[in-house]
Design a protein. Structure first.
Length: 422
């Protein structure tokens, strides 16, 4: 499957606490000052030890054959890297397809696939009847590995494993844990499947993806000067006043967070690229009451989506601009002062106050607006922006009752090496 920027990227913070980073669109990246689209097709690497690979946000190289105790893969970013060998695997050649390589029967009755996705390496193990119960990987060489945090410096980390049931199954995914040991001077990561059933047809460990594709980012902005125009596909969103009044609507999918969770931190981040005016201003986040629609316009009267006058192309806001008492709450859930001298081309963060998912979002997302809306325009890239690193994101930390003992359905995957800052 094609890989994009992670919609829900979950970190375990210990003590039953978790942090989700939610992003909105497929990723691109900048290198040497140029914008580059991520393709991740495996090609000749020029490295005799790992003849195939791709180097973009991260370096991934692989030997197209499993051969005894030799390292199979190399993954690196920045100053950190790791080279992994399979433990107890069968020798054999892999089959390459685009950004993936599959080793059939890498272990008895278990196939192994690696997929490179820009800033992450995903490892899937498809299980068949009489599959092994334990899978192990030896870190043959590394720079920066911390066996407690599974971090490699500040550059990337290994996420905890999960088991995903076959498509159409009513069973829930199962979250597992790495056992980290030292054997013969090498770090070894092992995961053992629960002994409660056969997992024929299950997969260890795909990305349990909640990430949107290129059409799934949900945000737009409202423009008082063009009150019938929709901006759902615009690459940017204005907030404040710049000869017209502008307000942003945005919505994140929070369904991966349990309704029983206690939110300990929620931070909305918007990337500031332009300032209009010479006034310092506070910008506030309000929970929306209307079921507004994003629309497909890019500054045109397309007839669909929210506009300054309507919230769904058909029905009027109580008050044009979407801030009537029946349209939007009048008390913010987070605010941030952005001076007119603020530094451009960096994220600005709104700390949101709710402590439950129900309180964080009524189901209709948020409006972001300036207090006074006078001489205070600020421009932020939207979820449709060509540079993925600039798109809106939400980071949520949360805990479950009883220290996190409940089964977690949506967690990252086993062999998914996630690059920090990518």
């Amino acid at each position: 499957m094609p890989l994009h920027s992670t919609h829900v990227d979950r970190d375990s913070l210990g003590g039953g606490r978790y942090r989700d980073e939610i992003a909105l669109k497929p990723i691109a990246y900048r290198k040497d000052g140029n914008l580059r689209r991520i393709t991740d097709t495996l090609t000749a690497s020029g490295d005799p030890a790992f003849p195939l690979g791709v180097s973009q946000l991260c370096d991934f190289r692989i030997d197209p054959r499993i051969a005894g105790k030799s390292p199979l893969i190399h993954f690196g970013k920045g100053a950190s890297f790791a080279r992994f060998a399979l433990v107890g695997a069968n020798n054999g050649a892999g089959v390459v397809s685009g950004n993936a390589i599959t080793f059939n029967n890498a272990w008895d009755n278990a196939d192994l696939t690696y997929r490179m996705g820009g800033h992450r390496l995903q490892e899937d193990i498809l299980l068949r009847a009489n599959h092994p119960r334990t899978f192990s990987f030896r870190i043959q060489e590394h720079v920066g590995f911390d066996p407690v945090t599974l971090m490699f410096g500040n550059d990337f980390r290994i996420l905890q494993p999960t088991l995903e049931p076959p498509a159409g199954s009513l069973e829930l995914a199962k979250s597992l844990q790495w056992l980290v040991t030292q054997q013969g001077g090498f770090w070894v990561l092992s995961v053992t499947l629960p002994n409660d059933q056969s997992y024929d047809g299950w997969t260890l460990d795909p990305t349990l993806t909640l990430q949107p594709d290129s059409t799934d980012g949900v945000d737009t902005w409202l423009h008082s000067g063009n009150p019938t125009y929709n901006y759902g596909a615009d690459h940017n969103s204005w907030i404040g006043f710049l000869s017209i009044t502008a307000r942003k609507l945005t919505k994140f999918d929070l369904s991966s967070i349990s309704s029983a969770a206690t939110i300990t931190s929620a931070v909305l981040s918007l990337y500031l690229t332009e300032i209009y005016g010479s006034t310092n201003r506070t910008y506030r986040v309000y929970r929306q009451k209307r079921l507004w629609t994003e629309g497909t316009g890019a500054g045109s009267a397309t007839g669909d989506g929210a506009t300054w006058n309507k919230y769904d192309s058909t029905n009027d806001w109580q008050t044009a601009g979407g801030f009537g008492a029946n349209d939007c709450e009048q008390t913010d859930i987070g605010n941030l002062s952005i001076p007119w001298t603020a530094t451009l081309n960096q994220f600005y963060n709104w700390v949101l106050t709710p402590t439950t998912t129900a309180a964080l979002d009524l189901g209709n997302g948020w409006m972001v607006k300036a207090d006074t809306e006078s001489d205070d325009g600020r421009l932020f890239p939207s979820s449709d922006h060509v540079t993925a690193a600039y798109r809106p994101k939400l980071v949520v930390e949360w805990s479950l009752p009883g220290g996190g003992g409940a089964r977690r359905m949506f967690v990252p995957d086993l062999g998914y090496f996630h690059a920090r800052g990518a």
